[in-house]
Design a protein around this ligand. Structure first.
Ligand code: SME
Length: 162
């Protein structure tokens, strides 16, 4: 649950971080740290990039995970891509297609990062929570806006390097 004032504060801090003239990877790392610190109950926050039929771990904040590559369709992350929709899992113990990163995780949210024009899936933001039902539509709304900010930076970066 993210209150509107907290959402606006996080969004403006993320926008400020993303506008800095640091390499994209460092800016995304800083945004993951911001989300990790500011989202209540979040103990792991990270980006997975979609490469073909596989999700590849990008910048993250929280304990290291063994899930650095996840095939589309596997786990909550792979399901988001396979179903082409965000996922909110109230209690990870109740789903069979779940890849455990950490025993502390009881709930999870995955929000897709899409190309601003085509809607193509570029990747996703994954957040693990330490409480059952930690995430709701207010978290999804925040992460959706963050995903849009990130997508704009990724597209600008692609244009720059190509
Ligand atoms: N739990 C995820 C795997 C990624 S970790 O949470 C960092 C899943 O089921 O896809």
């Amino acid at each position: 649950m993210i209150s509107p004032p907290l959402r606006e504060r996080i969004l403006s801090e993320a926008a400020e971080i993303l506008s800095r003239s640091f390499p994209l990877e460092s800016r995304l790392q800083a945004v993951m740290q911001l989300l990790h610190e500011q989202i209540p109950h979040a103990h792991w926050v990270g980006i997975y990039w979609l490469h073909g039929q596989e999700l590849v771990l990008g910048p993250y904040a929280g304990p290291p995970t063994e899930h650095t590559r996840i095939p589309v369709g596997r786990g909550v992350c792979g399901t988001a891509v396979a179903e082409n929709q965000n996922q909110i899992v109230v209690d990870v113990r109740e789903i069979t297609n779940y890849l455990a990163c950490n025993l502390e995780t009881l709930s999870e949210i995955v929000v897709l990062i899409r190309h601003p024009e085509s809607g193509e899936i570029l990747g996703q933001i994954d957040v693990d929570g330490t409480a059952v039902g930690a995430f709701d539509s207010s978290d999804e709304a925040l992460l959706q806006r963050i995903a849009e900010q990130i997508a704009q930076q990724v597209i600008a970066h692609r244009k720059y390097i190509h």
